[in-house]
Design a protein around this ligand. Structure first.
Ligand code: IDC
Length: 471
């Protein structure tokens, strides 16, 4: 009976999450079920659900997965991970060790390589009674079939054609100083930016991305991959896989995605030139055939001349173009993408000496409590000659915290709406800072839709982004 119930539970999870593989069967009081959430050429995102099937509360758990040679786990979330040879041990993240009777929790990971776990142990006992790589011999009727759907099967979340931002607009291109859709109509895209993937990966899951697409009715997810601060430079394969996976998730929901190479400190993007070439060669090859990917090659250049930024751009853009010739590419600007204003310059240095490439836009960032009328005036002036995209902005001060300035934010967004300049808000996360859209702790739960989980900033942004698009 218990066995059947767990199968039923897995079957429900399967239909909600494009599950390709289920390997675990319950054999002990605590059970662990492994599923593949999505997969790509040389990797996949796995998820393990740990369930307490006893009648008493447990206070901790331990899951051990062994992977075949050639496959490694490069990143995980909602668990503490350690590795010994090819065996990976996962223990609670800190907040999800205690499970009441019947309760469950889950953690996720990104694997580099296609090998599925060959062994799964929960608290030292087998996660299941059968070989993890072979299907159960006599599955109950509710078990997903052994020949599970390929990763390309449309997920349950795929909306009808024409109903999503990407279905409505298709491949974008820069037309004069605007962004145009496949029919040549100027459009504005509005959405949210992730926080640093190295810190907030648990905020980006089926439920949160569904909420972004259908509750927030956003057009866009900016995938913010820090290069330093524990980001890409520490694990290129892992972060590349994580970015690719989020782009796939956005694609499945008909959202555009901006791949943000989040350089910040050091401010000269040339410091990361070799990494940028490697990264963009990989992601542009992977997504070349898609029509919803925008590349942002340097988040916020600072302490570097416009000539230095232009030189960087002219070396990175051809790498992307070689794979994905028609994608829109966004170039960061001087002074933390302030069009130069924060370093006592302005957009004239760009207009006088633009990046030598077509189909590109320039980034402008603002933090509403810090950047006021003089910045707004410069955006209005620059928008007459340069295609602009506000790939990041906050409702707060430039620190990401402090006062939420809704009056300044409203003035900014009204200006951007009038100029049809697209934007992404920092951040779609539950960081403990006032710029975050979700209240702290939200990403440890399963509810993202509605306003109950939102901060003051998140509530305002949702109300702006939800309004009808003018496509
Ligand atoms: C901030 C985060 C904060 C983090 C800090 C360090 O909100 O949690 O500790 O980065 O990296 C930017 C940057 C963006 C900043 C944000 C707020 O692009 O990375 O995020 N900001 O300071 N430019 C202006 C402000």
């Amino acid at each position: 009976m218990r066995r059947w119930r767990l199968f039923a539970g897995i079957a429900v999870a399967a239909s909600a999450a494009t599950v390709a593989t289920v390997i675990a069967l319950p054999a002990s009081a605590e059970t662990a079920a492994f599923t593949v959430v999505s997969s790509w050429n040389n990797g996949y995102q796995g998820q393990v659900e740990v369930k307490n099937n006893t009648s008493a509360t447990i206070t901790t758990w331990r899951v051990q997965l062994t992977l075949p040679a050639g496959t490694t786990i490069v990143n995980s979330w909602s668990a503490t991970q350690s590795a010994s040879g090819s065996t990976y041990t996962f223990t609670p993240a800190g907040w999800n060790g205690t499970l009441a009777a019947g309760a469950s929790t889950s953690f996720g990971f990104v694997a580099n390589g296609t090998g599925r776990p060959t062994s799964c142990l929960v608290n030292g006992a087998s996660c299941g009674g059968t070989s993890p790589t072979s299907p159960p011999t006599s599955p109950p009727v509710t078990t997903p079939p052994a020949t599970t759907p390929p990763a390309t099967t449309p997920p349950a979340t795929t909306p009808p054609a024409g109903a999503t931002p990407v279905a409505a607009n298709g491949q974008l291109r820069v037309c004069g100083v605007k962004l145009c859709n496949q029919n040549g109509k100027a459009i504005q895209l509005r959405g949210m930016s992730t926080h640093g993937l190295q810190w907030f990966a648990d905020c980006y899951n089926d439920a949160s991305l569904d909420a972004l697409a259908t509750d927030w009715r956003a057009d866009l997810l900016r995938v913010s991959m820090y290069v330093q601060e524990g980001g890409y430079e520490t694990n290129p394969a892992g972060f590349t896989a994580q970015v690719n996976n989020l782009v796939e998730e956005a694609t499945q929901r008909g959202l555009y995605s901006i791949i943000d190479f989040h350089t910040l400190t050091p401010g000269d993007p040339n410091y990361n030139l070799a990494r940028a070439k490697t990264f963009f060669a990989e992601v542009s090859a992977r997504h070349a055939s898609k029509n919803n990917v925008i590349y942002e090659i340097a988040n916020e250049p600072n302490g570097v001349s416009w000539a230095g930024i232009k030189s960087y751009a002219e070396q990175v853009i051809p790498v992307i173009r070689a794979n994905d010739p028609d994608a829109v590419i966004i170039v960061g600007t001087r002074g933390w993408s302030s069009l130069g204003v924060s370093e006592s310059s302005n957009s004239s240095e760009i207009t006088a000496n633009p990046v030598n490439a077509s189909n590109i836009m320039y980034a402008f960032h603002f933090y509403a409590a810090s950047h006021l009328d003089n910045y707004r005036a410069e955006v209005q002036r620059a928008a007459a000659t340069l295609p602009l995209f506000v790939t990041e902005f906050g409702t707060v001060t430039y620190t990401g915290g402090g006062q939420v300035d809704l009056a300044s934010t409203a003035t900014w967004l009204d200006l951007l709406d009038r100029l049809q300049i697209g934007y992404a808000n920092w951040t779609y996360s539950d960081a403990s800072e006032s710029s975050a859209a979700f209240k702290p702790g939200t990403c440890g739960g399963s509810t993202y839709a509605g306003t109950g989980v939102l901060t003051e900033s998140g509530t305002y942004l949702r109300s702006r982004i939800r309004t009808a698009d003018n496509f």
